[in-house]
Design a protein around this ligand. Structure first.
Ligand code: C2E
Ligand code: MG
Ligand code: MG
Ligand code: MG
Length: 278
């Protein structure tokens, strides 16, 4: 009887699995074509100092436009790019493009800003990765400490040795390292001591828990942990004034979220920065 059920389930699920695979392959094919024809965009989300609320940097975020004027969510296509290996080329473009834009900001008089760049695991497996990051930074005349690489806990857990070594080398070059979506992975805490980290990004889901009259033990614990480890902290997904105040009260250094600014194209970022300095 159990066998029969299994068989039935299998027969039922197979066509769906095939559809799913076809869909994924089709998305990957489209992504490769659109990347080659330079249709991917980079948007930038400002990051602010919680005390002064001045912009101190921005995170580069990929955007894949669709024909109907919308966007495919990076939460959907970044995993496909990782799975297919496309992320190696796309990621290299992200680093190059964001560094060029940071250099342009410097030329326009917006100096001292930091550019945060998301890095996926397959990029660390690319033997040219470290050299190319260094070259791009040097070629664009950027101070290495203005670049911050964001990695998630899962990246570290995948292949700790490769990642730790690469980060150590980039770190000695001067680049900064942040752990992204902190607290959402399944990792042990031990890597926190092994990794050459500078900043801890408190995941949006914990910041979201901050509502009036309710204490938020998890964010409090994360900020304390960051402080004790000597790391800077930044809160992700700050949408409400009370969330910003609470994070400031906890001693969190910076924030990023719709309360301050949504991700925006570069031209709009320039306008946004001009308004801030006026
Ligand atoms: P992430 O690195 O954690 O980026 C932050 C995400 O939170 C962004 O989503 C941003 O738009 C969103 N966000 C920021 N503030 C708020 C807020 O106040 N409320 C809400 N609800 N959301 C907010 P996005 O742009 O959709 O990117 C999703 C993820 O895709 C990123 O998460 C990152 O993991 C990945 N990703 C994006 N660009 C790249 C890239 O160039 N390379 C790699 N490897 N991954 C990328
Ligand atoms: Mg990020
Ligand atoms: Mg994040
Ligand atoms: Mg996140």
């Amino acid at each position: 009887r159990a066998k029969k059920n299994l068989k039935t389930n299998f027969e039922y699920y197979e066509p769906e699995m095939e559809q799913e695979t076809t869909w994924r392959l089709e998305m990957i094919r489209k992504l490769a074509i659109d990347f080659e024809s330079r249709k991917l965009q980079l948007w930038y989300q400002p990051q602010v100092d919680l005390v002064t609320e001045q912009i101190v940097g921005m995170e580069a975020l990929l955007r894949w436009p669709t024909e109907d004027g919308g966007f495919v969510s990076p939460a959907v296509f970044v995993p496909l790019a990782e799975y297919s290996g496309l992320i190696i080329d796309i990621g290299a473009w992200v680093i190059e493009e964001s560094c060029k834009k940071l250099a342009e900001l410097n030329q326009q008089g917006f100096s001292g800003l930091r550019m945060a760049i998301n890095i996926s695991m397959p990029q660390f497996r690319d033997p040219n990765f470290i050299e190319s990051v260094k070259n791009i930074i040097t070629d664009n005349g950027i101070e290495p400490d203005r670049i911050e690489l964001e990695i998630t806990e899962s990246v570290v857990m995948d292949e700790p040795q490769i990642v730790v070594e690469a980060l150590q080398e980039l770190k000695s070059f001067g680049v900064k390292v942040a752990i992204d979506d902190f607290g959402t992975g399944f990792s042990s805490m031990s890597y926190l001591q092994k990794l050459p980290l500078d900043r801890l990004k408190v995941d949006r889901s914990f910041v979201n828990e901050i509502t009036p009259g309710k204490s938020a033990f998890i964010v409090e614990t994360i900020v304390t942990l960051g402080n004790k480890l000597g790391l800077s902290t930044i809160a992700e997904g700050v949408e409400k004034r009370e969330q910003a105040s609470y994070m400031l009260k906890l001693g969190c250094d910076e924030a990023q979220g719709y309360l301050f600014a949504k991700p925006m194209p570069f031209e709009q970022l320039l306008e946004f920065l001009s308004e801030q300095t006026n």
